[in-house]
Design a protein around this ligand. Sequence first.
Ligand code: CMP
Length: 139
Amino acid sequence: MQKTFSIIKPDAVKSGKAGNILALLESNGFRIVALRMAKLSQSQAEGFYAVHAERPFYGSLVKFMTEGPVILMALEREDAVKKLREVMGATNPANAAEGTVRKLYAESIERNAIHGSDAPETAAQELQYFFNNIELSQL
Ligand code: CMP
């Protein structure tokens, strides 16, 4: 079993798609280990996306991620990091496969409904960024 980190982004929460996305994740074998709704502060969003700080879209991305509530999740299944990225679909919804979260619910390459960690090492860092060890322990 492997854990990964995911965020249902402000666009999808605002448009009322969070429940559909959670159902799609569960139907793809993910178990919800921890879940919390939050409105990210500027510094939380900047820190989370620090790896993208030099990208031209960084400022806009931080603004988007702080515009409304998000749902932070720790998810578990076999091969969770890779499988979540398959279920999410390509970053740009125009390139996302049929049936993926982003094909179904994303508005654009930036307002793309969901985040998922890109590697096991990143997942460990991102889980620690938002959840404590008690929240991440088996329930
Ligand atoms: P995410 O998987 O959370 O990782 C970084 C985020 O930056 C990405 O999803 C998008 O929300 C955003 N992003 C990536 N590429 C672009 C781009 N070319 N223009 C605008 N936003 C982008």
